[in-house]
Design a protein around this ligand. Structure first.
Ligand code: ZN
Length: 462
């Protein structure tokens, strides 16, 4: 309806026109843009989260459409919402997204982060990409299916969760532990993770089937405290620094997982020389330390596909310049390949640090999990993408970061990461960064794609 009311008309009789508009349009559905803008208006920055706002937003829509749903509150202000369209015996499709977003510093944004403002090409706001748009696509796919009044061959489940950005303790982690019956007969989970991107002018879609496993560690050293004016040779800080310097020289040996090999092989055609040839012969690349070092310089994301890694991210010792602290610690963000056992990695890290007196504490560690592409949802994703974009390559991929999908994979429930968006590098900077926005073209594509996909996967005759 944009453009119907010009501003000079609205001013004198805005009240009357708005009333007329609501009468004429009621009970018209809110479109994708309006729904997403309304969702972005809810400030679900984590911390503190306040996902109960999002749960109430969805509950109102489900109630209006007579869809079975439940708000599951796990702490004050922290809530999840579950909804279901019942179907036949085939294992259910679960549509998963998280309602929390990372905080936004408004002073660094060109538009208000929770304004949901629209211009001619983009809708702006925190969560526009990560991942409130996915939630709206899921919602619309469910409403569209409900409106068809047809028999479904499987349950369609919608789940919007809290706390993904802080690890999922109040979200999927809590639900898996306290409400396992919600996950009884799930055939596949569709979550965030993969997407479409354009590299060297070629379109490629990655469907995330596994992710690196975080192994977060704290390394602590202790020693006698003292005055900074009379230094020791074995203070906690010194021992920690020496050990970390040794760890910096250490690298896990490269490994080629079958899924990564096919990913790199398919990617090869998009890359310039000499990477085109090298990625077709990954085994040779792996055997050559020189080529591996060049790969690290060329593209550290590709390098991380072949290695478990450790980054030293936090350091602390004395809080006074003239005090030698009795304690010093560092935190390591290690990311393991999905077949790398955390206990084995821990042994290698201990050996590299080479100081028996250091204490190692595990802060976070996940079990391994890979979802097979041999699944109804993966096949449907692949078919639908191929039909729309015959020229694009479609590849299963391993994510370097992690999402809530690991909770499912650890339980043997297949989970696939895919948001139907095609993003360039500039748009990606908004994810966890400033000026997050989604193009109107992507909004149309994502909404249409999810509607078709879900109907195809759930309808009996499809
Ligand atoms: Zn996310």
């Amino acid at each position: 309806m944009r453009g119907v009311f010009s501003s000079h008309l609205i001013k004198p009789c805005a009240g009357f026109l708005l009333l007329l508009y609501s009468l004429l349009c009621w009970p018209a559905e809110r479109d994708t843009r309006t729904l997403l803008a309304d969702y972005i208006h809810l400030d679900t920055s984590n911390p503190p989260g306040n996902e109960a706002l999002g749960a109430a937003f969805f509950a109102e829509i489900f109630a209006a459409h007579d869809i079975e749903h439940e708000i599951i509150e796990v702490a004050p202000g922290r809530a999840n919402i579950w909804a279901r369209l019942p179907g036949g015996d085939q294992p259910a499709l679960l549509l998963l997204h998280h309602m929390d977003v990372v905080p936004a510093d408004a002073s660094r944004w060109q538009r208000p982060p929770f304004g949901g403002e629209l211009d001619s090409a983009y809708l702006h706001g925190r969560g526009a990409l990560d991942n409130k748009s996915l939630g709206i696509f899921h919602l619309q796919a469910m409403l569209a299916l409900k409106a068809q009044h047809k028999t479904l061959k499987r349950d369609l489940i919608f789940l919007a969760t809290a706390d993904e950005e802080a690890g999922g303790k109040y979200g999927v982690g809590w639900l898996m532990h306290k409400r396992p019956e919600l996950f009884g007969h799930i055939g596949a989970v569709l979550n965030e993770g993969g997407r479409g991107d354009v590299r060297e002018g070629r379109l490629r879609f990655g469907i995330e089937v596994t992710q690196k496993l975080p192994l977060w560690l704290r390394v602590s050293a202790s020693g006698a405290p003292g005055h900074g004016a009379i230094p020791r040779i074995d203070s906690a800080s010194q021992r920690l620094i020496r050990a970390l310097a040794k760890l910096e020289q250490f690298e896990f040996s490269p490994q080629l997982l079958p899924g990564v090999k096919s990913y790199l092989n398919k990617l090869a055609s998009d890359l310039p020389a000499p990477w085109h040839k090298r990625l077709l012969n990954v085994e040779v690349l792996l055997d050559s330390p020189r080529q591996m070092a060049e790969l690290h310089a060329f593209d550290r994301r590709l390098y991380a596909q072949l290695h478990s890694t450790c980054a030293i991210t936090r350091l602390q010792a004395s809080d006074k310049i003239n005090v030698v602290a009795p304690q010093a610690w560092a935190e390591l963000d290690c990311r393991l390949l999905p077949n790398h056992k955390p206990e084995q990695a821990l042994q290698s890290i201990k050996a590299a640090l080479d100081d028996e007196s250091l204490e190692l504490t595990s802060l976070l560690s996940f079990g391994p999990g890979i979802s097979s592409p041999d699944n109804f949802l993966y096949r449907a994703l692949e078919q639908n993408l191929a039909a729309r974009f015959p020229q694009a390559s479609i590849v299963p991929r391993m994510a370097a970061g992690f999402t809530d999908s690991h909770y499912f994979r650890e339980k043997g429930i297949p989970a696939y990461g895919f948001i139907p968006l095609i993003l360039d590098a500039e748009q990606m900077t908004g994810v966890h960064g400033d000026n997050e926005k989604i193009s109107l073209e992507n909004l149309r594509f994502g909404s249409d794609f999810l509607r078709e996909l879900v109907a195809q996967v759930c309808l009996d005759e499809a």
